[in-house]
Ligand binder design. Structure first.
Ligand SMILES: NC(=O)c1ccc[n+]([C@@H]2O[C@H](COP(=O)([O-])OP(=O)(O)OC[C@H]3O[C@@H](n4cnc5c(N)ncnc54)[C@H](O)[C@@H]3O)[C@@H](O)[C@H]2O)c1
Length: 390
């Protein structure tokens, strides 16, 4: 067993995703080979002290902070996870990189291509440190199993159909939060469409064109929160005063890829009853594969294998012969199940391995990758259709 120094981890932001990261680093050394020491769980920082305290206690971090600068200035922190609103990413990432930290920043990397470009430059000026962006769905065992099948059996993708539907915004009484602020493209497109555009590229390669974008804001104002609104802002009391929503609830568009493949996308944050439905179908030269995040530990495949009379979509339950699962779960046999929180553990492990120079898992996408993703989103906004009135 190789011995590596144990890096100190801090998470900035103890909201919805900050807690997933805090949990992930706690578990990162428990999966896969025993060639990584457990990281030191040093600090959780959140502007709202109760959140910082809660997450630090819950996940076993040494201290809670309310000012992120305290984390950046700490000599015992080696790795910083940036898990706050998009508009705060740049300042924190630049300071963390300048402070000598390895940085994993949440997606979308920044609110604009301009900010993302500056962050990439800051990362380039710190070549000894790992810079990464959190496209967590790349760590899904099922999504990786489908990729293997595309490469081994199904052949090149002809058509990627991606739908990401959430319902966090369907209720007009849900309070205003950072998710509803910013110009066109900073709403559902940046929030969940960034994941979908990235997944399409995972299978089809770089996007070469975007066509036919439609964006709509269906809940045009929201009440001011009376408490701290976190995550999707449920359960917070609201005032009678309403403020305008600045970005889109729904977004649809079409993409092209270098191999002639086409992508069609449907994104919504007002899809009643769909808490977190990320699903896609891949129509390939020799078959079809489908994934649905509501059933994350399985996928469907149709190919020319079985006789026509009994052919159809087969459900494959993931097991230890699929990517990530051997020692990736305490019980790693089919039908035990796993989910999105596990993807964060695999991402955390990949980052720690990268820092230690261990090359076993695919490396985390870097900030240049996050910049590219923002360029795709920028193209989606630029491809907004001129409506033809009837
Ligand atoms: N990879 C994924 O699957 C995934 C999932 C959800 C969110 N995200 C991304 O993660 C980021 C955070 O999203 P979220 O849903 O967790 O947001 P959130 O609103 O739930 O949490 C943000 C937290 O940041 C805290 N905060 C605000 N200002 C701060 C400051 N100056 N210093 C320290 N803390 C501060 C808030 O109190 C809150 O607890 C966003 O970039 C989002 O796009 C990624």
């Amino acid at each position: 067993m190789t011995s590596h120094p144990s890096p100190g981890v801090a998470v900035i932001g103890a909201g919805m995703v900050g807690r997933a990261h805090a949990n992930a680093f706690r578990n990162a050394a428990t999966v896969f080979d025993l060639d990584q020491p457990a990281p030191r769980l040093v600090a959780i920082a959140d502007l709202h002290q109760p959140f910082a305290d809660d997450a630090a206690r819950r996940y076993g971090y040494e201290r809670a902070e309310t000012d992120w600068h305290a984390v950046i200035d700490s000599a015992d922190v080696d790795v910083v996870v940036v898990a706050v609103a998009n508009s705060l990413h740049r300042e924190i990432v630049e300071a963390a990189l300048a402070g000598g930290k390895h940085v994993l920043c949440e997606k979308p990397l920044a609110p604009s291509v301009h900010d993302a470009q500056a962050m990439v430059e800051a990362a380039a000026a710190a070549p000894a440190q790992v810079d990464a962006v959190g496209f967590t769905f790349r760590r899904s065992p099922a999504i990786n199993a489908i990729k293997q099948q595309v490469e081994q059996r199904l052949g090149p993708v002809r058509h990627f159909v991606g739908n990401y539907w959430c319902d966090y915004g369907f209720d007009p009484q849900r309070p205003m939060s950072w998710r509803y602020l910013g110009g066109p493209g900073t709403g559902v497109l940046a929030d969940i469409g960034s994941h979908m555009a990235d997944l399409a590229e995972f299978f089809c390669g770089p996007t070469t064109g975007v066509q036919g974008t439609t964006m709509a804001t269906l809940v045009t104002d929201r009440p001011k929160p009376l408490g701290v609104a976190v995550g999707h802002a449920g359960g917070v009391r609201v005032s009678d005063e309403r403020v305008p929503v600045e970005n889109e609830d729904v977004c649809t568009f079409t993409t092209s890829y270098g191999n002639g493949a086409v992508g069609t996308f449907s994104l919504s944050r007002v899809a009643f009853g769909h808490a977190n439905t990320l699903r896609f179908d891949l129509f390939c030269e020799n078959g079809t594969a489908s994934f649905d995040l509501t059933r994350p530990a399985e996928f469907h495949i149709i190919d020319a294998g079985p006789a026509t009379e009994v052919n159809g979509a087969r459900t494959v339950f993931l097991g230890p012969w699929h990517p990530y699962l051997a020692h990736g779960l305490p019980m790693d046999f089919p039908t035990v199940g796993h989910g999105q929180n596990d993807f964060f553990v695999y991402q955390a492990r990949a980052l720690l391995d990268q820092i230690a120079g261990i090359e076993k898992l695919p490396p985390c996408p870097d900030m240049a990758h996050g910049l590219h993703n923002l360029r795709v989103l920028q193209a989606v906004v630029a491809a907004t259709d001129k409506p033809v009135q009837l």
